[in-house]
Design a protein around this ligand. Structure first.
Ligand code: FCB
Length: 414
C-alpha cells in the first residue's frame, strides 16, 4: 500500500471489532466448559465480558468503531428444545445492544459460533437432523425479541471450520477424527438450518421499512502446494479447497439457496501451503524457523496472503452477486508493527477490490480483546486490547495496533 491517505472508504462503511461468546464471556455452560486447551487454559472466566461488557463497549467507543460483531449464546437462552427464552439472559443481551446503539455502534449478531447447548450436544449435536428445528425455533424467538435493536444477523460462523475441526481434525469438541460422513452431515444440517432461519429472519425481523440482513460467515483459506510441480501436495491442496471452500459454499449458497441470504460474511486470514503433505503454518506446529527458511510470512497462526483478498472478493461477487462484509480479519503476534503492516496490506487489497467493483459494506477486526483461542487457549494474541489474565480484575489495555485501528475507524480508512 503506497500513499496511506488515499484509502477512503464509502460513507457509512462499518468499522468494527468481533468476538464470540465462548472466547470472551466466561461463566458459560456448553461443550467448551470442561475443555482444556493446549496451554492448560479453559474458557470458564475468559475475559469476563459477561460482567464487563459495559466497559468493553466504552473501549469500542474509544476506538471510534461504529460496529460490533458478537455472538448470542444459545446455551444461555434455552434450557430445552422449544423452551421459552430465559428472560434474565435475554435482558442482559438487550442491555448490551442498548449500550452499543447509544454509543453509535451497529451490532451484528452471530447465532452460532462453535458451541451448542448441552442438550443439543447430548443428542448428537449437528449430526442429528432434529437440531435444525431446535435451532430455527431459537432463532425465531430471538429475532422477535430483538428485532428493534438488531438488523444484521449472522446465522453461522465458519460452519466449515466447525465441522472440520470438530469431526475431521479432533481439535474442537466432540474431538472426532476423520469422520467424513459426520462432517458432511453437520455441514448439510447447518446449511438447511441457515436457509430456514434466514427466511424467518427476513420475515419476522422487519421493523417499519427497515429490512433485516442475513448471511453466514464463511472462512476462506487458500490452499496451495509449496512446490507447484509436486503432484501429491497439489492433490492435498485441491482436496482441502474442494471440501472446505467449494462443498461448503455450495451447501449454503449454491443454486436456489443463494436467495436465502442477503449478504456474504467473509472471514479472511490467509493461506496454507503444503510441503510433503504437511501444512506449513504455525497453527499446525510447523517450526517458525523452517517457515522463515521457506520465506513464508506468518503470524502465530497461518501464512499471510493479502493478495488473496483480491482473488476471493471478485470471485464471490461473480458467483453470488451479494454484498459482502469482512466479518473477521486479524493477526496474532507479539510484534505489533508486523500486525499493523498486515492490517494495512489487507485493507489495501480490500480497497482495490472495492474500487474494481466489489460491494463490501464493512470490516470487523478480530478481535477486540485477547481471548480464549479455542484449542490454543490464551497463547494466541489477536486483541486490539491486551487483557492481563494474571490479574483477577482482568484489566484491559490498548496495544499499539489499537491506536492505528482507531485512526482508520475515525478517518473511514484514512
Ligand atoms: C476464526 C474464528 C474465531 C477466531 C479466529 C482467530 O476462525 O471464527 O473464533 O478463532 O478465527
Amino acid at each position: 500500500m503506497s500513499g496511506e491517505n488515499i484509502l477512503k472508504f464509502p460513507p457509512g462503511f462499518l468499522w468494527g471489532t468481533a468476538t464470540s461468546p465462548t472466547q470472551v464471556e466466561g461463566h458459560i455452560e456448553n461443550e467448551w466448559t470442561n475443555f482444556t486447551a493446549m496451554d492448560g487454559g479453559n474458557c470458564r472466566v475468559a475475559c469476563d465480558h459477561y460482567h464487563r461488557y459495559p466497559e468493553d463497549v466504552e473501549w469500542m467507543a474509544k476506538l471510534g468503531a461504529n460496529a460490533y460483531r458478537f455472538g448470542i449464546e444459545w446455551s444461555r437462552l434455552q434450557a430445552a428444545p422449544f423452551a421459552p427464552l430465559n428472560p434474565t439472559e435475554l435482558a442482559r443481551y438487550a442491555d448490551l445492544l442498548d449500550r452499543l446503539i447509544a454509543a453509535g455502534i451497529t451490532p451484528m449478531v452471530v447465532l452460532h459460533h462453535f458451541s451448542n447447548p448441552p442438550w443439543i450436544n447430548a443428542a448428537g449435536g449437528w449430526t442429528n437432523s432434529a437440531t435444525v428445528a431446535a435451532y430455527v425455533d431459537f432463532v425465531r424467538q430471538l429475532v422477535v425479541a430483538l428485532k428493534e435493536k438488531v438488523f444484521l444477523w449472522n446465522t453461522f460462523n465458519e460452519p466449515d471450520t466447525y465441522a472440520c475441526v470438530a469431526y475431521l481434525l479432533g481439535g474442537f469438541p466432540p474431538q472426532k477424527k476423520w469422520k467424513l460422513g459426520q462432517f458432511r452431515r453437520v455441514t448439510l444440517h447447518m446449511a438447511r438450518a441457515h436457509v430456514q432461519a434466514s427466511r424467518i429472519i427476513r420475515r419476522d425481523g422487519v421493523v417499519g421499512n427497515r429490512k433485516p440482513e442475513v448471511g453466514i460467515a464463511k472462512n476462506w483459506t487458500f490452499f496451495h502446494a509449496y512446490k507447484r510441480f509436486s503432484p501429491w501436495d497439489r492433490m492435498t491442496a485441491f482436496a482441502c479447497h474442494y471440501v472446505f471452500n467449494k462443498f461448503v459454499l455450495d451447501a449454503f449458497l449454491g443454486g436456489w439457496r443463494r436467495k436465502a441470504s442477503t449478504f456474504i460474511g467473509l472471514n479472511y486470514y490467509g493461506r496454507v501451503r503444503f510441503h510433503h503433505f504437511r501444512a506449513m503454518i504455525p497453527a499446525s506446529g510447523a517450526p517458525v524457523k523452517t517457515l522463515k527458511d521457506f520465506g513464508f510470512v506468518c503470524d502465530d497462526m497461518v501464512e499471510r496472503y493479502p493478495a488473496g483478498l483480491e482473488k476471493i472478493l471478485p470471485y464471490l461477487r461473480r458467483k453470488f452477486h451479494l454484498p459482502i462484509y469482512i466479518t473477521e480479519h486479524g493477526s496474532a503476534s507479539a510484534d505489533e508493527s508486523f500486525r499493523e503492516r498486515d492490517l494495512k496490506q489487507n485493507l489495501g487489497a480490500l480497497h482495490r477490490s472495492m474500487r474494481a467493483g466489489v460491494d463490501v459494506r464493512g470490516f470487523f477486526y478480530w478481535s477486540l480483546l485477547d481471548n480464549f483461542e479455542w484449542q490454543f487457549g490464551y497463547t494466541k494474541k489477536f486483541g486490539l486490547l491486551a487483557v492481563d489474565f494474571s490479574d483477577p480484575k482482568l484489566p484491559r489495555s490498548p496495544k499499539p495496533l489499537a491506536a492505528a485501528y482507531e485512526k482508520i475507524c475515525r478517518q473511514n480508512g484514512g
